[in-house]
Write a protein that binds this ligand. Structure first.
Ligand SMILES: Cc1ncc(C[n+]2csc(CCOP(=O)(O)OP(=O)(O)O)c2C)c(N)n1
Ligand code: SF4
Ligand SMILES: [Mg+2]
Length: 327
């Protein structure tokens, strides 16, 4: 196919979804479904995506083709919040109300991008940051990250990881950002509502989604959503949201699902050293903390008054020579 033909083919798809068919994600990939739900929640609005090194930057394909049907910037691993800062500020200078979304894995969020996330959060940049958390460095062979659960087998922890999972929500909440929330692929209404809440607010909004990864979890691709449901049901992955770094709302409580129901269907937890009692204790401790925070600092009723419509973007002095445009 000649160059013109390729351009025409790419152009002919620009009206399509945020995340288009033909991508190279594995069957049953949570990241892939999450991107489609973000698209649905935005009700036709087309964001600008900023994506660091991760499966979401590898699976769309090679230039000049891409599965992203919206503008998408691929960044170095550590820099996506900094690049998104530039994108968001140029949008504001041009008077464009287009959301800038960082879509990053746990490696780029919990570990390698943490400094730039902290910087963008502290400056309260107008960015929606979504981490799809598959609890490993997926596209490079499934190495452990600081999001990996203790006891989980990865390519760098063949006998099971020793350290606890980093509490990334607590890290971001401590920045007193306008909004932080967890997302479940088994709770679609809650997922879409949270994306819409984030869209209506301004400033740095952070969300983390538990993202089934059949390749790394050694699980059946068809079971991903059931696994997320079990993770929420047994209390391992709490669904909650925090406004302004202070006001807590729990969205779903443990429903009696056995922890084993989540663990037994994933090969990564089949290690002799997996400590069920310690995992149950960590879950109980996490819930005691969340319950205490919600009781002390409640966010109030679910919809309405506590989610104000977005104020106008923060003022940024326009360039003397007019709106900023691309090169
Ligand atoms: C500074 C740097 N270190 C390592 C890499 C290699 N690398 C690219 S993607 C990746 C793993 C990404 O993991 P995560 O962010 O969790 O996304 P996932 O692959 O799981 O989707 C690694 C180690 C890199 N590109 N840059
Ligand atoms: S390795 Fe995991 S996260 Fe990456 S495309 Fe496959 S299922 Fe998705
Ligand atoms: Mg990952």
């Amino acid at each position: 196919m000649n160059v013109t033909g390729v351009e025409e083919e790419v152009h002919s798809h620009t009206e399509h979804a945020l995340w288009r068919a033909g991508n190279g994600a594995c069957a049953g990939c949570g990241m892939s479904l999450g991107l489609q739900w973000v698209d649905q929640a935005l009700d036709g609005e087309k964001p600008t995506m900023v994506v660091p090194a991760c499966c979401a930057v590898v699976t769309p394909g090679s230039y000049p083709t891409t599965a992203f049907g919206v503008p998408a910037v691929a960044t170095t691993f550590a820099s996506s919040p900094s690049v998104a800062t530039g994108v968001s500020r140029v949008r504001q200078m041009n008077g464009e109300d287009i959301p800038t979304i960082c879509w990053a894995g746990d490696g780029g969020t919990y570990d390698i991008g943490l400094a730039t996330i902290s910087g963008a959060a502290e400056r309260n940049e107008d960015i929606i940051y979504i981490c799809y958390d598959n609890e490993i460095y997926g596209n490079t062979g499934g190495q452990r990250s600081s999001a990996t659960l203790p006891g989980a087998r990865t390519s760098t922890t063949p006998a099971g990881k020793h350290e606890p999972k980093k509490d990334i929500m607590a890290v971001l909440v401590a920045h007193r950002i306008p909004y932080a929330a967890t997302l479940s692929l088994a709770h679609r209404d809650d997922f879409l509502r949270k994306i819409r809440v984030a869209r209506r607010l301004r400033g740095f909004r952070f969300m983390v989604m538990l993202s089934p990864c059949p390749a790394g979890w050694k699980s059946d691709p068809a079971e991903g959503i059931d696994l997320v449901r079990a993770a929420v049901g047994c209390g391992l992955f709490p669904l909650y949201e925090v406004f302004d770094g202070r006001r807590y709302r729990i969205n779903a409580r443990p429903d009696g699902t056995a922890l084993e129901d989540y663990l037994s269907r994933q090969g990564r937890f089949r290690t002799p050293s997996f400590d069920h009692a310690a995992t149950r204790a960590a879950i109980a401790e996490q819930w005691a903390y969340l319950d205490a925070m919600e009781a002390a600092f409640p966010a109030g009723p679910r919809e309405g008054s506590d989610v104000p419509a977005a104020p106008p973007p923060p003022p940024i002095a326009p360039e003397a020579n007019g709106p900023v445009t691309g090169p």
